[in-house]
Design a binder for this molecule. Sequence first.
Ligand code: BG6
Length: 291
Amino acid sequence: IKDWNGIDQIVLRNPHGASATVSLYGGQVISWRNDRGEELLFTSSKVNVKGSKAMRGGIPICFPQFGNCGSLEQHGFARNKMWVVDEDPPSLPSKDSNGKSFVDLLLKPSEEDLKSWPHSFELRLRVCLGMDGNLSLISRVRNMNGKPFSFSFAYHSYLSVSDISEVRVEGLETMDYFDYLCERERFTEQGDAITFESEFERVYLSSPNSVAVLDHERKRTYVLRKEGLPDVVVWNPWEKKSKTMADLGDEEYRKMVCVDGAVIEKPITLKEGEEWIGRLQIVVVPSTFWS
Ligand code: BG6
């Protein structure tokens, strides 16, 4: 299908009625619905002007830079490029496709990209919707020739929540983190679980491979499982910052939390011909208890 700008989108469906929609603009998952048709990812009601920036919401891909700590545009250029469908991708282990509906996308650098980041790479993304409605994203970056290069990466996942003050994130207890609000100072998490009562912008370092986001009101838990993605970003802009963001409604920060599988502290370095793989799977389970 095409969006209102004429950009191609691919819709994945499973036999039980779940779906996922991926845009060729940015290789961005822009919708993920369960078998009851409920949207599981947040998307802003305020739309960007075409081509200026990735849509706020869904799962933008941050590559080859995270944030603005580098010479490139914020979060790198991949989310603002047109990707293509990869008709004949190199094979992946069977766990990355068995019983799933999936699509493979590909991004190669344009002339313009090579000027700002002079490295010949191929970035592949497989988006899979499982029979059980789970969403998996598998990214592969390959150094196609020349000198080694290094990059950061994040699946900037905007999860839809009932109300941010009802949300807690579990699995990052006792982890070290960078607090981006305090000029990237390193701290250690002390509390039981993360809860939200003001602007929140942290990168948890070398975190466990599974993180849970509990939404008390909806009795819904997102479980994020990751491989090859040591760090986890947790972000909510809260009230004041939201007001400075043209593409986010003033109260919409209440309906979202970003929890990203990422590679930030120690960038990946690839020599010629080498490949990196980063997997993120998001599973939604009903919360059976609230501790
Ligand atoms: C977060 C960053 O991950 O992404 C924030 O920590 C940033 O600093 C946010 O504001 C959104 O970025 P952007 O470029 O999509 O507005």
